[in-house]
Design a binder for this molecule. Structure first.
Ligand code: ATP
Ligand code: MG
Ligand code: FE
Length: 346
C-alpha cells in the first residue's frame, strides 16, 4: 500500500509517499521560514496562502522523484490538527478532494502522533511500549506510548513549550526566527559557568515542565547589560541551553523510572539539538535504557511522519469509516490523549 502524506499545519509544506513494504519512497519539503523571518514569527494568513501555492507542485515533484503516478496512491493521510486553522484547511481540502477523485481512503492525522511515531521511520526502531519526550515549537510533553493511538500523558509544560523558549531566548539575543538552531550554534562558542540560569521545576516531584521563567531570567540578564559582546551572547546561549537540557533530561529519566520502561523516544524540533541528544543518550545508557531519535530532517515538520502515521493506522484499521467523502473538518486544538487505537480489521 502506498500512502500520500500531506503536512500543512504551520509554516512547512511537507509531502511524502510511504510504501508499507518498501518504506519511504520520496518526500519533499518547502519551508516558509524566510517569508516569516521578516515578521519575527509565523503570520497565519501568509502561511495558508503559501501552502496553497506550494502543495500541488510539491505533490507532483514527490511523485516524479519516487517515479510513481497519481493512480499508484492507495490512501491519503493529511494533518487534521492541531495547528493554524487556515493552514490545516489547505492540506485537508487537497487531501479530501484528491481522495474523492481517486476513490481511495482519506485519513486525518494528529500532527503530534506524526512527531511521536517519526523515530519508527529509522532503523533500529523502538517497539511498544515506550516513553516519548515530545519537544516541539508548540508542545513539551512526556507520554507513555502503549501502541498506535494509546497515549497516556505523564507530564507537560505548564507554560511555554521548549521550542518556544529557544525561539524567544534567541530573539532576546538578536537571532532570527526560528531561533532554536541559531541559538544552539551560538552556544557552541559559549563558555560554561559564566552565567547561571535557573532550572525551573527540576525538583517539582512530578513530570511537568516550566520554561517561561527561564526566558524571563535571560531577559533580566540581557537588560542588565547595556552592550553585550558576541562572547557574552554565546555564554548566555550556552547557559540557557544547559538549563533547558538539564530539565528535559532529568524529567525524561524520571519518566523512565516511574513507568519501568527502558526505551525513550525523542520527537519534535528540539530533538534535533545535539547537546540534548548527548545528554539523554549518556544518562539513559547509564541506567541500561536506549534512546531513539528521528533522522534530523524528520525532527521538525515534514510529510513523511504524516504518511507513516497514516500507513500505521490504515494497516491495522477497518477502513470502512474512511471511504471517500466530500466533507472534512480540521481541529486547530486537539489533545493527543483524545486519540483512540484504530479499530482492528475483522
Ligand atoms: P508543534 O509540533 O508543537 O505544533 P512546530 O511544528 O512548530 O510545533 P517543530 O517543527 O516540531 O514544532 O519544531 C520547531 C521548533 O524546534 C522550533 O521552536 C525550533 O526553534 C526548534 N528547534 C529546531 N532545531 C533545534 C535545535 N537544533 N535546537 C533547539 N531547538 C530547535
Ligand atoms: Mg515549523
Ligand atoms: Fe510540529
Amino acid at each position: 500500500m502506498i500512502v500520500l502524506g500531506i503536512e500543512t499545519s504551520c509554516d512547512e509544506t511537507g509531502i511524502a509517499l510511504y510504501h508499507t513494504e518498501y518504506g519511504l519512497l520520496g518526500h519533499t519539503l518547502y519551508s516558509q521560514i524566510e517569508m516569516h523571518n521578516e515578521y519575527g514569527g509565523v503570520v497565519p494568513e501568509l502561511a495558508s496562502r503559501d501552502h496553497i501555492r506550494r502543495v500541488l507542485p510539491l505533490i507532483k515533484q514527490t511523485l516524479l522523484k519516487a517515479e510513481r503516478h497519481l493512480h499508484d496512491i492507495n490512501a491519503i493521510a493529511y494533518t487534521q490538527g492541531p495547528g493554524l486553522a487556515g493552514a490545516l484547511l489547505v492540506g485537508a481540502s487537497i487531501g479530501t478532494a484528491l481522495g474523492f477523485a481517486l476513490n481511495i481512503p482519506v485519513l486525518g492525522i494528529h500532527h503530534l502522533e506524526g512527531h511521536l511515531l517519526s523515530p519508527l521511520l529509522s532503523k533500529p526502531s523502538p517497539s511498544f511500549p515506550f516513553v516519548a519526550l515530545l519537544v516541539s515549537g508548540g508542545h513539551t510533553q512526556l507520554m507513555q506510548v502503549n501502541g498506535i493511538g494509546l497515549y497516556k500523558l505523564l507530564g507537560e509544560t505548564v507554560d511555554d513549550a521548549a521550542g518556544e523558549a529557544f525561539d524567544k531566548t534567541a530573539k532576546l539575543l538578536g537571532l532570527g526566527y526560528p531561533g532554536g538552531p541559531a541559538l544552539s550554534k551560538l552556544a557552541m562558542q559559549g563558555q560554561s559557568g559564566r552565567f547561571k540560569l535557573p532550572r525551573p521545576m527540576l525538583n517539582s516531584g512530578n513530570l511537568n515542565f516550566s520554561f517561561s521563567g527561564l526566558k524571563t531570567a535571560v531577559l533580566t540578564l540581557v537588560s542588565k547589560h547595556d552592550c553585550l559582546t558576541q562572547q557574552m551572547r554565546a555564554d548566555i546561549a550556552l547557559a540557557f541551553q544547559e538549563a533547558a537540557v538539564a530539565v528535559l533530561t532529568e524529567k525524561a529519566l524520571a519518566a523512565l523510572s516511574q513507568t519501568g520502561l527502558t526505551q525513550l523516544v525523542v520527537a519534535g524540533g528540539v530533538g534535533a539539538n545535539s547537546q540534548l541528544r548527548r545528554s539523554l543518550t549518556n544518562r539513559a545508557a547509564a541506567i541500561g535504557a536506549t534512546v531513539f531519535y528521528p533522522e534530523l530532517e524528520f525532527c521538525t515538520d515534514n510529510g513523511a511522519m504524516i504518511a507513516f502515521a497514516g500507513a500505521m493506522r490504515l494497516q491495522t484499521a477497518d477502513n470502512g469509516s474512511q471511504q471517500p467523502s466530500s466533507s472534512f473538518t480540521v481541529k486547530p486544538r486537539w489533545d493527543l490523549e483524545m486519540l483512540t487505537a484504530p479499530t482492528p480489521k475483522q
